[in-house]
Ligand binder design. Sequence first.
Ligand code: ATP
Length: 322
Amino acid sequence: MDRIAVLTSGGDNPGLNPCIRAVVRIGLHLGLQVMGIHRGYAGLMGGDIKPLDTRSVAGIIAKGGTILGTARAPRFREAQGRREAVRKLNRHGIDGLVVIGGNGSLTGALELHRMGFPVVGIPSTIDNDINGTDIAVGVDTALNTILDAIDKIKDTASSHNRAFLIETMGRNSGYLALSSGIAGGAELILCPEIETPFEEIIKTIDDSYVQGKAHCIIVVAEGWRPGADEVVERLRDRQEELGFSIRVTRLGHVQRGGAPLAFDRILATRLGAAAVRALMDGKRGNMVGWVESRAQLTPLEEAVAYQKEIDPELYELTQIMN
Ligand code: ATP
């Protein structure tokens, strides 16, 4: 193997740059040439591929975003798009590819593997819903961004005796809501995976008031239905009776940005290094995950087979801790 390439794909997160840096630096260390593919699979199909040297990744370990850019590329889901992609890889003399991304991106990597192209994946998504890794790159920093917001909202909620619904990202996954809610001492956590009757929301707000709390914090995953706005709508006329006025804060894209924290920098460095070593050792078609404090390989097929569930024990604790 002489020349490898790296791309970031799908939703962005704060751990991508340290991961790119690790792939480039270990690759060069092992005597490989390293190419950067811009804008994920879209850039791959379009041939947007440029060499990276050790200076190209200087200073990025502390920067959010991705120097390579990322994209959603619907055409890559079609066989013709993927044929185009492999053609571009061959034209640039690339013999191995590292894909950094979430479930969709790793499914794309699996398709390349099925076409016979040497590929290794690195799990990187704030949803932390990928099988074969305890934690994905970017999760810890996003979680701490949310936690910082919860702590701040709690201050203002307590000052005004308000109930806040704080919406986190997670269209299909309640991981961020659950983890940030536990760490932030939320009174209630609403996840897409768990049905919560409306009466329980009212009871939580009521209990908070009766217990003498100055606030009530409810963390809501974006994908929870019927959604935060609907809760406010239905409680509009009951705020006085419940003792709290009710507000919604939607954290939005702030969760994807910011400087990667120490945990993500170290995780990204270890997984980036392990991914290139796996490619060189011929262990293609795998994802390098973090399991029991070690980098471990899981076949891409297994990694994307189903969405990792939230931890029911952690969810149960929310009902005791509030
Ligand atoms: P995140 O979970 O953070 O949103 P992701 O990697 O799951 O990240 P997606 O938008 O699902 O993000 O996927 C990124 C890209 O991967 C898609 O735009 C597409 O190019 C490719 N991809 C997704 N699913 C498939 C698939 N089934 N087959 C081939 N390629 C796919």
